[in-house]
Design a protein around this ligand. Structure first.
Ligand code: G3P
Length: 225
């Protein structure tokens, strides 16, 4: 399962890339709004930092399919070939997905709350489908189960579309989908860091260091003992 950062905060992206195995970055209009910066300025900075081969997902804003297509082409032209054009999975969006994928652009179907939407997005040629796990949970559904069903629909129909599960609020949601072998998850910085937060592990590592320092002296390592 690929692991992407669902954020446009450059400092957070830099920190996560330094410590974690990260495969790309996703944004949406609300995430870009939080940055308070010009969208292309922040996205270009992210693209330059993650490199031209990493996946960067960027959403169109237009409501009509024809405008989404023009906007999608512009996004790909400005940000490079490994930029996935995110298109909301509504009727107009399906039309735009068909057109852009026929032109060879890579498309991510977003705002997916149901397997029905995901099925149609796959048929429309989307490379990725992004179900909103936690938002589905908040509606009284089961976001993890919904994502698994979509995975099975794609597998059982021989469709090339991969999952890009999104909207996570806890690490358990991420882990259950990793166990199921879905294609990718895009996760906010706090939840990514939560995958590693464990005071028991920290105290075990500290105890090893303390024991070693008792043996050979404070600050010593295997380099200079
Ligand atoms: O990009 C869409 C998705 O990640 C939204 O997440 O946290 O706003 O539900 P959230």
């Amino acid at each position: 399962m690929k692991l992407l950062i669902d954020d446009a905060n450059f400092e957070k992206i830099k920190r996560l890339y330094e410590f974690y195995p990260i495969d790309g970055v996703t944004t949406n209009p609300s995430i870009l709004a939080k940055s308070g910066r010009n969208p292309y300025e922040v996205l270009t900075q992210i693209r330059d930092f993650i490199g031209k081969d990493a996946d960067l997902h960027v959403q169109v804003i237009s409501r009509k399919a024809e405008d989404m297509v023009v906007e999608g082409r512009k996004i790909a032209e400005r940000l490079g070939k490994n930029t996935l054009i995110k298109i909301p999975t509504v009727e107009e969006g399906l039309k735009a997905m068909k057109a852009l994928s026929a032109e060879g652009y890579r498309v991510t179907a977003t705002a997916i709350y149901t397997p029905q939407q995901a099925f149609l997005a796959g048929k429309a040629g989307a490379d990725y489908a992004a179900p909103y796990v936690n938002r589905i949970d908040n509606l009284g559904g089961d976001g993890v189960q919904t994502t698994m069903r979509i995975h099975d629909i794609y597998e059982n129909n021989g469709m090339k579309t991969q999952l890009l599960a999104a909207s996570f609020k806890n690490t358990q949601q991420v882990l259950e989908l990793a166990e199921y072998g879905i294609g990718a998850a895009t996760v906010g910085p706090d939840v990514i860091e939560g995958l590693m937060k464990n005071v028991t592990v920290d105290s075990a590592v500290e105890a090893f260091i303390a024991d070693f320092e008792k043996l050979v002296g404070t600050g010593k390592t295997m380099l200079d003992c």
